[in-house]
Design a protein around this ligand. Structure first.
Ligand SMILES: NC(=O)c1ccc[n+]([C@@H]2O[C@H](COP(=O)([O-])OP(=O)(O)OC[C@H]3O[C@@H](n4cnc5c(N)ncnc54)[C@H](O)[C@@H]3O)[C@@H](O)[C@H]2O)c1
Length: 354
């Protein structure tokens, strides 16, 4: 088992990564605990959950709403939860985002922890303290920054994960290696097949390395003033593709990373060899390097992105494999760069997609 500490202004949070962390109830603090999960995770893993009152929300992104938050507040009132109640979120990123938000706001704050059950939640969503819900079509518009007391990454949960969910987590793992750790990237190159097969020893190392990288970045910049932006590598363009093409998150981020890599090469930063290594690894992990995209709509989505108050945005580029830099890019320049890479974003008519 590997334990990674995340020290922030408000607390030290510990993330434990191990194949099977045993009876989860032994990790809970003394006192009352309430589990928050989703109905699919409950159906698959009921016997793995600690014996506590359990609140199950609907599965999927649509449940990440203020309506679900209210539902949980009401259930906590019914259970007569008090300031001593500990909330344990067991599930994917939707559950950790919502459980963290409810715990941070109910009675002005309960203690809480997470048992992430998707690869994406283990390597990304459960780490870093951001909790929140979507509002009026905007993702994560309402939320808090408040880290959990602990996170338990028990890899046994991943055995029931559908392939598409594995791909979502894998894209974030590649992102972490690309922005911060050339050694991890080389390890991924050597073990891509074993990683895809979710071999415990390989996945344990990759989850641990990812958590360590995200924790280090967040510790230096909890509120996203600088360094934390590097975690957005592939995501600015990825979100635009997610919105316009409805691509799954992992696939969109994968194409977004290829795009950002191509821009890095064009700007004379990343070498062609580095770019090719990135593209080859993504392909071996069955992640796409190109998409058929209606360029006008992608540009539109970039323009409308809620984070883009000004005409300039911060785009994460690669100086080399394992080192990211944040550069200011004008929106027009970005649109030109996007349009200038038809090998990655093929005009929709040619590709036949929407
Ligand atoms: N707070 C953050 O820093 C942060 C970072 C990244 C992503 N997120 C958020 O995380 C969410 C995405 O997380 P996600 O990809 O885990 O999605 P998710 O929570 O919707 O889970 C995906 C699906 O997998 C199912 N599932 C969960 N565990 C399973 C298991 N072990 N076996 C089989 N099925 C299982 C779920 O029921 C769900 O249907 C988004 O809302 C995103 O905004 C938050």
């Amino acid at each position: 088992m590997r334990t990674i500490e995340l020290k922030t202004a408000t607390r030290t949070s510990r993330v434990h990564v191990g194949e099977g962390l045993g009876d989860l109830s032994r990790w809970l603090p003394a006192g009352r605990c309430v589990v928050v999960t989703d109905r699919d995770v409950l159906a698959l893993h009921r016997e793995d959950l600690p014996a506590c009152p359990t609140l199950a929300i609907a599965a999927g992104e649509a449940a990440k709403s203020l309506a679900t938050v209210e539902e949980l507040y009401e259930a906590l009132l019914d259970l007569e939860a008090d300031r001593g109640t500990f909330l344990l979120g067991v599930g994917g990123g939707v559950v950790s985002d919502i459980a963290g938000f409810v715990a941070s706001t109910f009675l002005r704050g309960l203690s809480f922890g997470f048992v992430p059950t998707t690869l994406l939640a283990q390597v990304d969503a459960s780490v870093g303290g951001k909790n929140g819900v979507n509002f009026q079509g905007y993702k994560n518009l309402i939320g808090t920054i408040n880290p959990p007391q602990f996170v338990l990454c028990d890899l046994r949960f991943l055995r029931t994960l559908p392939e598409a969910e594995v791909a979502n987590g894998m894209a974030e793992i590649v992102k972490h290696a690309l922005i911060a750790d050339a050694g991890m990237f080389a390890y991924l190159e050597e073990n891509a097949g074993r990683a895809l097969a979710l071999e415990p020893a390989v996945i344990e190392r990759l989850v641990g390395d990812s958590v360590a990288i995200k924790s280090a970045v967040v510790a230096g910049d909890e509120r996203e003033a600088g360094e934390r932006r590097k975690l957005n590598f592939g995501h600015t363009l990825g979100h635009a593709l997610e919105k316009t093409l409805g691509l799954p998150h992992g696939e969109a981020v994968s194409v977004g990373m290829v795009m950002a890599g191509a821009i890095s090469v064009r700007r004379g930063m990343l070498s062609r060899k580095g770019f090719d290594r990135m593209a080859r690894l993504l392909e071996r992990l069955r992640l796409p390097c190109a998409a058929a995209a209606p360029l006008e709509r992608v540009a539109d989505a970039l323009r409308r992105d809620k984070k883009r108050a000004a005409r300039k945005l911060h785009l994460v580029l690669l100086a080399e494999v394992g080192r990211a830099v944040v550069e200011e890019v004008g929106l027009e320049e970005l649109e030109e760069l996007v349009a200038g890479h038809p090998e990655i974003l093929r005009p929709a008519a040619a590709g036949g997609s929407p």
